[in-house]
Design a protein around this ligand. Structure first.
Ligand code: SF4
Length: 375
């Protein structure tokens, strides 16, 4: 562990490095807590380059907390569509409504109030409060944990509860009390740009002289690998209905939560968004899908319902490896399913849909399904 003098030197070297070399990112041009909060939520599990266009579209459409709170959820999900992990968007809007109702539209400045908002955990609260308000809270996420593990040559599974708590104490000790916002960003930037998971660039590192992992020659092997949850294979079949006008049928988002832990829970797999009629399969995709469609009203009951197979689609959702067998179902008239929408296949992105649904639509479009006629 560093002594007080080392800490001063460490900070003196890291902060100027960050201020000189930091990436120019849209959310770094503001201290608006709403925009910092939005960026932190979007960046969870998602790369910076992927987030930037979504962030810009989102702030354009919802420039502040009140605009977000006052919009229909469907509009929020539509702008989030393609970014994945849609519970983030739902929680973001729930939190925005809570901020308007309880905090006058201003993101709270107190840690316990921030943590009481949906979708905000320790890391996100510390990031927003330090960057927007210069509150002294150290962030700890995967990037920072990796940097700290290498600096201290810490072994073992960092996500193990006691070790994570210990890392949080270490992060608190490193925090620069004079510039907590920049400090947290500097630690994250170091992890994102130089102290990367593979091949850390120690020769360019502004604090390499303090790094035990580098001195021991084990930096690259830290942190040690976690035991991953075993992958579960899931097989689905989906029906891409097409009527004579080239319209298709999308079912409404389901809020049904029963069995949501089951690997083949369809509402979870389609991120509780608009989706093609889809069923989990055990053996025979066409036969099982046809049986599933028998419960649909009108056209689907037609005894000669023809299912034309499309190219299979692969997708993964957390630990699930999904294979989906899409079928085109040509009908004169689409089934009338309560709450469902009839929409041109090319325009499904005008509704909030998951990446899984997009892939199925692409497979159908690639097979040259007739597109909707213009009225
Ligand atoms: S010296 Fe290398 S391993 Fe250590 S913190 Fe810097 S980049 Fe990471």
């Amino acid at each position: 562990m560093l002594d007080a003098r080392d800490f001063r030197t460490f900070r003196k070297q890291l902060l100027p490095w960050f201020r000189q070399f930091r990436r120019d990112l849209p959310w770094r041009r503001t201290r608006d807590p709403y925009r910092i909060w939005l960026s932190e939520i979007m960046l969870q599990q998602t790369r910076v380059a992927a987030v930037i266009p979504y962030y810009e579209r989102f702030v354009d459409r919802f420039p502040d907390v009140r605009a977000l709170a006052g919009s229909p959820e469907e509009e929020v999900l539509r702008l989030w569509s393609g970014l994945g992990y849609y519970s983030r968007a739902r929680n973001l809007q729930k939190a925005a409504r809570q901020i308007v109702a309880q905090h006058g539209g201003q993101f709270p400045t107190k840690l316990d109030e921030a943590l009481a908002l949906p979708g905000i955990g320790n890391y996100t609260a510390a990031a927003i409060l330090s960057i927007a308000y210069e509150e002294r809270f150290a962030v700890l996420d995967g990037n920072v944990a990796r940097v700290l593990a290498r600096l201290g040559a810490l072994r073992g599974d960092l996500r193990e509860s006691r070790r994570w708590q210990e890392l949080q104490r270490v992060a608190d000790t490193y925090l620069d009390p004079e510039s907590p916002g920049d400090w947290n960003q500097a630690m994250m930037e170091l992890g994102a740009t130089l102290c990367t998971p593979k091949s850390p660039e120690c020769l360019l590192c502004p604090v390499s002289q303090f790094c035990e992992g580098r001195k021991l020659g084990i930096a690259e092997s830290l942190p040690e690998k976690r035991k991953k949850r075993a992958t579960v294979e899931v097989t689905l079949a989906a029906a891409v209905f097409t009527d004579t006008n080239g319209l298709t049928l999308l079912l409404s988002p389901s809020q049904e939560k029963n069995k949501q832990d089951a690997p083949d829970h369809i509402p979870t797999l389609v991120s509780r968004m608009w989706h093609f009629p889809t069923v989990s399969i055990t053996k025979n995709p066409a036969a099982e899908l046809r049986r599933f469609l028998q419960d649909f009203p009108s056209a689907a009951k037609h005894p000669k319902l023809q299912l034309e197979p499309l190219v299979k689609v692969r997708h993964s959702v957390t630990y699930r490896a999904i294979t989906i067998a899409p079928f085109v179902v040509n009908v004169k008239q689409l089934p009338r399913v309560p709450g469902a929408k009839c929409i041109p296949l090319r325009e499904i992105s005008s509704l909030p849909v998951s990446n899984l649904t997009r892939k199925v639509a692409r497979a159908a479009l690639a097979a040259a399904i007739p597109v909707a006629k213009k009225p």
